[in-house]
Ligand binder design. Structure first.
Ligand SMILES: [Zn+2]
Length: 287
């Protein structure tokens, strides 16, 4: 059964580790992540952008697939199904469809409007036991078609949003989505420290977790980050493994064209990537 992400993230924040949010794109992705979480006794958050939900045939398809897998794979570790960078309407539709956690990304609205809309979403979500992530300061790179400037969040704005009853907070601290450029200056720990002070015990969320050096991840966790989003890295290893299979001509041998064989190396690559992240984040055996 899907659970809200509130409890697992409060526990992570207290225990000084982070739970990974791994974005899903299809059945193989979802299965790979759920199996890895179960094998490693780790809580996990499945992230779904609105674009990915549309690709999979809508929110109902996603909820049906994930619930089916939880049952079929006998998954017992805590799993949250979370809408990633949800719009106002998207967040509401995801809740109606059965998502157990939502992110409302109002970071592109004027701050007052972000406050007002976040408040409404929190009220609706909490009446259904659904956890809420809000965002202050847009995160750089591409957020599903929305290109952000990579701002650093204002700690006082973080404080104001955190007091609306949200369950966890994403704040820009120099992190960006997608691959990090060569000239990236790294995470801004001074600002993260101030945000951490201003928001008390609020679990903080680090978006764009693909490609951030390990020491920075560890320092971020020590400063209150309890949820780290990983997306690009799984996509890259899946593509690499699939390309290798085809370049080696394996799809031309016997029944190598069978999708269950063709996609298997990619699935294994995702599993290895997810396990590596769970080790780094410290979530193994925390289910
Ligand atoms: Zn993000």
């Amino acid at each position: 059964m899907l659970v809200s992400a509130k409890e697992m993230l409060n526990k992570a924040r207290q225990g000084k580790y982070a739970v990974g949010q791994f974005n899903i794109n299809n059945l193989e992705w979802t299965k790979a992540i759920l199996l890895t979480a179960q094998e490693n006794n780790s809580p996990v958050i499945l992230g779904v952008s609105e674009g990915a939900a549309k690709y999979m045939g809508g929110f109902d398809t996603v909820v049906g697939m994930v619930n089916g897998l939880l049952k079929g794979l006998n998954t017992t570790v805590p799993v949250a199904l979370h809408i990633d960078h949800g719009s106002y309407d998207g967040a509401i539709k995801a809740m109606e469809a059965g998502f157990s956690s939502i992110m409302f990304d109002g970071s592109h609205y004027p701050f007052e409007e972000n406050i007002a809309k976040t408040k409404e979403i929190v009220e609706l979500a909490h009446s259904k036991g659904i956890s809420v992530e809000a965002e202050v300061g847009s995160i750089g790179g591409e957020e599903d078609g929305v290109v952000g400037a990579g701002e650093v969040a204002d700690p006082q704005e973080c404080k104001a949003i955190s007091e609306l009853g949200i369950d966890f907070l994403a704040a820009g601290i120099g992190n960006i989505h997608g691959k990090y450029p060569e000239n990236w200056t790294g995470l801004n720990f001074e600002v993260l420290g101030k945000i951490n002070e201003a928001t008390g015990d609020m679990p903080l969320v680090l978006h764009g977790g693909s490609g951030i050096p390990e020491e920075m991840i560890k320092e971020a966790i020590s400063l209150g980050v309890a949820k780290i989003n990983v997306n690009t890295e799984c996509q890259v290893v899946f593509a690499e493994a699939t390309r290798k299979y085809i370049e080696e001509g394996k799809d031309l041998q016997g029944k190598g064209f069978d999708p269950r064989k063709l996609l298997a190396p990619g699935v294994e690559a995702i599993q290895a990537c997810v396990k590596e992240k769970m080790e780094l984040f410290g979530s193994i055996n925390q289910a």
